[in-house]
Design a protein around this ligand. Structure first.
Ligand code: SF4
Length: 320
């Protein structure tokens, strides 16, 4: 069992209230939990893949890609041995492709520095570059069943509403982490964290909380004091739709990677050809705009620029 040491909170809900919350929410989770494939395993690699995918992408879009990714890279060693280009290709359709690069780098680091075995303690997981504090806690809790809080957007919103009188004006990440740890039920951190996520995803949603159907309606500060107010977003898993906005930088980054996925592994696209794949009216005046996008993708490890310095040889490809 591993514990974190987040900042102290101003008030911890009394033991009797915590017990009532635990009893009610865990009973609801026992009957209503979503049957998700990453809940049928304690394999830290599979859970890592799921958690990285679930950041910024909704569950229904993740489900098929999760199975495809694990079929293509069934183990941490298989992922570490793959080329960046193969991993980026397999990430197609999920968006936020930089996650694929970071996941791949984490896999390689675990193989080279830990002999392919996940670090078993939360501090060691938190120290892994590229993993991030949310994902480190998710792996600690969902793979190793450690007694640690896992605070994503849904958990933060549910706790912020149910315990509004405790939360008050506080909104910082450290506060919510401390609060989430203070209300963890001993011996049931896994189910509790998953239950909070399910409640936030299905009933206590951001825009239209279904308070009449909520198992915590008898215990909720926000409902008792009037209509719940939407909480600001936080880290971790997505509650948004993850769709790219047409014309945005993110949109064009996705289009560039889609064009590169469509060509052979070693093949580079020259910039005018790539530009015309993005915009039918692409012309020389758009080259600096395109280079700006490519420099950003190169910084994120998603592409390699070839023939830098201009001329006919200037091109781009996926990293080998
Ligand atoms: S009663 Fe309403 S606001 Fe409170 S936790 Fe349930 S759904 Fe959310």
């Amino acid at each position: 069992m591993t514990a974190t040491t987040p900042s102290p909170i101003h008030a911890t809900p009394p033991a009797a209230r915590r017990a009532a919350l635990h009893r009610t929410l865990l009973a609801w989770y026992g009957h209503q939990r979503r049957d998700l494939p990453w809940r049928r395993t304690r394999d830290p690699y599979a859970i890592l893949v799921a958690e990285v995918m679930l950041q910024q992408t909704q569950v229904d879009r993740v489900l098929p890609r999760y199975h495809e990714f694990l079929a293509r890279f069934p183990t941490l060693a298989a992922l570490a041995a793959a080329s960046p280009a193969d991993v980026i290709r397999c990430w197609s359709g999920l968006g936020y492709n930089v996650r694929a690069v970071r996941l791949h780098q984490v896999a390689r680091r675990i193989v080279t520095e830990y002999g392919g075995q996940f670090p078993r303690s939360l501090p060691a997981l938190l120290a892994l570059p590229g993993l991030g504090p949310y994902t480190a806690r998710a792996v600690a809790c969902f793979a190793f069943e450690d007694h640690v809080p896992v605070v994503d957007t849904n958990v933060r919103r549910v706790l912020g509403r149910v315990l509004r009188d405790t939360v008050g004006q506080a909104a910082g990440e450290r506060f919510f982490l401390a609060l989430a740890e203070a209300v963890l039920p001993p011996g049931h951190a896994y189910e509790w964290n998953q239950a909070l996520m399910d409640l936030g995803a299905t009933i206590c949603t951001a825009r239209k909380p279904l308070c009449l159907l909520c198992p915590l309606s008898q215990h909720c500060d926000a409902l008792r004091s009037g209509a719940p107010i939407e909480q600001p977003g936080g880290n971790g898993r997505s509650s948004g739709n993850g769709q790219p906005f047409v014309g945005s930088t993110r949109y064009y980054r996705g289009r560039i990677l889609a064009a590169l996925r469509a060509v052979g592994s070693d093949q580079a696209l020259d910039l005018p050809t790539l530009g015309r794949a993005l915009k039918a009216d692409f012309g020389p005046a758009d080259l600096s705009w395109l280079r700006g996008l490519l420099y950003g993708l190169e910084r994120d490890g998603l592409v390699v620029l070839t023939g830098k310095g201009g001329g006919d040889g200037e091109g781009v490809r996926l990293p080998h």
